[in-house]
Write a protein of this length. Structure first.
Length: 334
């Protein structure tokens, strides 16, 4: 099939596109190559995709360019659109909030408009566990009320969920929103904890541990996430066809929200211990206070995901961290 994937030079988009290409699909990839982190790493990802198959076509532009978005969708006529591009980072949204409105809200609006003009069989859009914000009932369920976001990053993603629902209702675009839970693995983002901790430990530098380590995350290994996304492309939402009582399927639109997480949260200190074990080297801890916008704990309910595709992320953190460290040392020769 023909897949349009946004954010293919990013961490998750790269892995999704690689899987689709290996499965024999045609992929048009879009990325703006923004300098939020090392652009060389992003270009290396695109180069790797070009090696996998000649059915990959890279397009470099910002999704805020509505003309470029509409022209590509009209010309490529994708069967499925997977919209993963976004301005990421919880803490950066406090420093540079406009980037999140431009990339996440305006960019996503342009994708929705292009899909209105030329509707795909299925539109899938990345959201985040951060939309659960101040919720304190665990595990987080897709049917939980989530109206207390703690950062503009989370708020921008919740806004995209709302916009996508309205387009699904008005224009009958089958739409699935993913809520990701702390994704990690090879080719990961340099701004994320695993990347920063690994580099610092190898360089004999201290690592900043927020809330003095009293944090819990439902970590999701990248291969598990990709498996969930690929399987969900075939789980097209349709009004009146819920997967069960836990389904978030809208009663007025072919639209649902799905957590992609295993529901097996790990403490931050246990996560750091796995990094130390993989590196065979101890970290130098720098205990820090709680950061504005942080969430102390995340935990996904995987019941809906399992009902829809018969699959739940299950890669142990010990394995995932070792795979990341192996890639990091090979890539950076450390």
């Amino acid at each position: 099939m023909r897949f349009l994937v946004t954010g293919t030079a990013g961490f998750i988009g790269f892995h999704v596109a690689a899987r689709l290409l290996r499965d024999g699909h045609e992929v048009a990839g879009v990325d703006g190559m923004t300098p939020y982190y090392d652009v060389t790493l992003k270009r290396r990802r695109h180069a790797e995709l070009s090696k996998i198959a000649n059915s990959f076509r890279a397009h470099e532009f910002m999704l805020e360019d509505d003309g470029a978005v509409s022209r590509l969708v009209a010309a490529f006529a994708p069967d499925i659109v997977i919209h993963l591009a976004a301005q990421a980072g919880v803490r950066y949204s406090i420093e540079n909030p406009r980037a999140y409105i431009d990339a996440n809200v305006v960019g996503s609006f342009n994708i929705l408009e292009a899909c209105r003009a030329r509707a795909p069989n299925h539109l899938l859009i990345a959201s985040t566990s951060s939309v659960y914000g101040a919720n304190e009932d665990f595990p987080f369920r897709e049917t939980d009320k989530a109206d207390r976001q703690l950062t503009l990053y989370a708020a921008s993603k919740k806004a995209v969920e709302a916009m996508a629902h309205s387009y699904a209702h008005l224009w009958a675009i089958p739409t699935t929103m993913f809520r990701f839970f702390t994704v990690y693995g090879p080719w990961g983002r340099p701004d994320m904890a695993l990347f920063k901790f690994t580099r610092a430990i190898l360089s004999d530098e201290p690592i900043d541990i927020y809330n003095r380590g009293d944090m819990v995350r439902d970590f999701t290994y990248i291969d598990d996430l990709v498996e969930g996304i690929v399987r969900l492309t075939g789980a097209v939402p349709a009004i009146g066809r819920p997967a069960g009582a836990m389904d978030s399927l809208s009663n007025v639109a072919p639209y649902r929200i799905v957590n992609i997480g295993g529901g097996s949260p790990v403490t931050l200190m246990s996560f750091i211990a796995e990094i130390e074990a993989a590196l065979d080297k101890k970290a130098i801890p720098n205990l820090m206070p709680f950061q504005p916008g942080d969430i102390r704990k995340t935990e996904a309910s995987a019941a809906l995901l399992n009902a829809l595709i018969g699959y739940v992320p299950s890669t142990p953190v010990s394995h995932g961290v070792r795979e990341f460290v192996r890639w990091f040392r090979d890539y950076y020769k450390m």
